[in-house]
Every structure is written in structure tokens, then in C-alpha cells.
Ligand binder design. Structure first.
Ligand code: MG
Length: 347
């Protein structure tokens, strides 16, 4: 009998991948054991399950930063996710890490996002905490819940431990980047690659979108950032190259001191000149927040109106956080906005 393709891929991984890479044949496994696939490794299967999930498809109608932009060239949560996956795969391949695990983590990292981006997340978290002070909402924790509990009609996708760990550890908070990238704090290096790729992706594409929208002007962008290159692609290229070169010989992910400083500068600049300013000045941000809060409170007060299998308080959290922007607006209209009414056949 010929050797299954999967075994050949596993053999290739054993020989080719870096010593500190995650190998599919050494995975800690799934919650429920399954028969091996003849063609794909366990991490390839995880990637495919995420890609084919409903929560992944819904990302196309979820906000990245701009709420309901008129232009077709602004990022959505889906294109953000794809940009993260592309950057992460480039880094993983260059460092001889497991590209399939990296891609699986990248594709799943944001499926727990609420409608309307961080405005929606903020509003939902606030409403949850008012009702249950011991609870909180974080999109990366919800991503794990979506993939392990909600997807596949409530059975979850039975993903490998490494994939779930990489998604659950995902955060782009304000912690020190160096500490975030230490292998010990995130599990696999593949997870660390996705973390930093997420940051490289969102800083660059949010700046690109902010420039496109005229929210910021190129002349106002700090010199150090402009020095990376005058196009979106060159700026990403500079960061990715620095990351690969600085990490080539060490079993941890590193950026040079200079590039780490530039990334921090970019984050500070965008927070002041774009994210905070947008949240303050764009009227739809407050509208989106109150819409999410209204939906959540409605379902907490009327759990009987939740569609199956959603139930109770957790069901309200899962149902509302899983909505796309447009589904949230439609649901709000159905619940709270009087519809036109007229007897059929009359003027
Ligand atoms: Mg992200």
C-alpha cells in the first residue's frame, strides 16, 4: 500500500521545520479523538474547519474600524483576518515554523468579534458587567467559545489543543510587545507569529484606511513611520523583514529595538489621531454602542425570544456577539422600529 500523503507531510515537517516548531504528528490532540485524515495533517484540518465555518463567513459583514463605510476598499473584519493570515504565513515559512497551524490560528483569531468592532465590544462588555459584575466580554475568549461550543450546531469544531490555545491567547492589548512574544507566555511560536502579525496587519491597514478616508494626512504621520516606505506594502515588508531577520537564530520572536520603537510609535499615533478621535467624533459609534446594548438587554429580559439553541444569559451574549453589523441593524429594526403599515390594495 502506498504511504498516505499525510504521513509524507508529517515526515517533511519532522525533517524541515525548525526544532522549536510545532509538528502535527506531535499535537496534543483533540478533545474527542478522531481517525486521521489520509491527506491532511491535524492542523490542516483545523484550518479547513475554521475556513468553512459560518462564523468565519460572517466576518465579511463585521466592522474593522469604520462602521458601514460607503467605499468598497475599506477593510472589514474578514479582510483584516486574511491580511493577518498572509503576513503570519510568510513569517512562519521563513522561520520554518508550522504554516498550517499558524494559518489556522490566524483565520480563527477574530471570529468572536461583536458587530461594530471595538465599539460593539465595549458596549456589550459594559452591559454584561452591569448585569453580572463578575463577568466580562473579550473577543478572543469568545473566539474560543465560538469554535469549541457554538459552531457545528452546538457541538464545536473539535479543534486541536494548539489551535485553540493560540486563539485564546490572542490579544493586542497594550502590554509590552517583547513580553507578549516570549514563547512561554503564548504557548507555541506559531501563536506568537499570529500575535505580532495581527499587530503589523491592523496598524498598517488601519493607517491606510485612515489616510484613504482623509482622517489623517500623510504629512502628519511621524517621520519614523514614513521612513518605512511610502506604500502600504513597503511598510509591511520592512516590518516583516525585520521580524524574520531578528528572529532567525533565536527560538523566540523578536523585532530589532528600532522597529519595536517604530511599531509602538505607530500605535500611539493611531490611537490619538485616529481610533480615539474617530470614537469621539463619528456619530455612528455611539449609535452602534446603544444598538448593541439595546439588543443585549432585550434578550436578557426576554430570553424566550432567543432562537434555538440560544438560551438564557449566555445565549443572549452568544447571539448578540455573533451578529454581523447588518443583521444587528435588521434585528434592531424588527424589535424597536415601527414598520410601515397599510391594508393591502389601498393607497
Ligand atoms: Mg485581529
Amino acid at each position: 500500500m502506498t504511504q498516505p500523503i499525510r504521513e509524507r507531510t508529517e515526515e517533511f515537517e519532522r525533517e524541515w521545520l525548525a526544532p522549536h516548531a510545532a509538528r502535527a504528528c506531535e499535537s496534543r490532540g483533540r478533545p474527542t479523538a478522531e481517525e486521521e485524515d489520509p491527506v491532511r495533517t491535524v492542523f490542516q484540518r483545523d484550518r479547513d474547519r475554521i475556513l468553512h465555518s459560518k462564523s468565519f463567513r460572517r466576518l465579511k459583514h463585521k466592522t474593522q474600524v469604520f462602521i458601514s463605510p460607503q467605499g468598497d476598499h475599506y477593510r472589514t473584519r474578514l479582510t483584516h483576518t486574511l491580511e493577518v493570515a498572509q503576513i503570519a504565513r510568510t513569517v512562519a515559512r521563513a522561520l520554518r515554523l508550522n504554516e498550517d497551524l499558524t494559518e489556522a490560528i490566524a483565520l480563527g483569531h477574530d471570529v468572536g468579534h461583536t458587530p461594530f468592532g471595538h465599539a460593539g465590544e465595549f458596549a456589550l462588555n459594559e452591559a454584561i458587567r452591569e448585569a453580572r459584575p463578575e463577568r466580562r466580554f473579550r473577543h478572543f475568549e469568545q473566539s474560543v467559545r465560538v469554535l469549541t461550543v457554538i459552531e457545528n450546531d452546538g457541538r464545536g469544531l473539535n479543534l486541536c489543543y494548539e489551535t485553540i490555545e493560540g486563539i485564546g491567547g490572542h490579544s493586542k492589548g497594550t502590554r509590552d510587545l517583547e513580553a507578549e512574544l516570549e514563547k512561554d507566555s503564548v504557548g507555541t511560536l506559531e501563536a506568537a507569529v499570529v500575535r505580532i502579525s495581527d499587530r503589523i496587519a491592523y496598524l498598517n491597514h488601519d493607517m491606510d484606511d485612515a489616510l484613504r478616508a482623509g482622517w489623517i494626512a500623510w504629512e502628519d504621520v511621524p517621520k519614523g513611520i514614513r521612513g518605512l516606505g511610502d506604500t502600504h506594502g513597503r511598510r509591511i515588508g520592512a516590518m516583516v523583514s525585520d521580524l524574520i531577520e531578528s528572529s532567525a537564530t533565536a527560538p523566540v520572536l523578536r523585532l530589532s529595538n528600532g522597529m519595536r520603537g517604530t511599531l509602538d510609535e505607530m500605535k500611539d499615533f493611531l490611537f490619538d489621531a485616529f481610533y480615539m478621535d474617530y470614537a469621539r467624533r463619528f456619530p455612528d459609534v455611539e449609535k452602534a454602542k446603544s444598538l448593541v446594548r439595546s439588543l443585549f438587554c432585550h434578550y436578557v429580559e426576554n430570553p424566550g425570544e432567543l432562537p434555538p439553541p440560544y438560551q438564557g444569559f449566555d445565549g443572549a451574549v452568544d447571539y448578540v456577539s455573533g451578529m454581523t453589523d447588518r443583521f444587528a441593524v435588521r434585528t434592531f429594526e424588527d424589535l424597536f422600529v415601527p414598520a410601515d403599515w397599510g391594508a393591502k390594495g389601498e393607497d
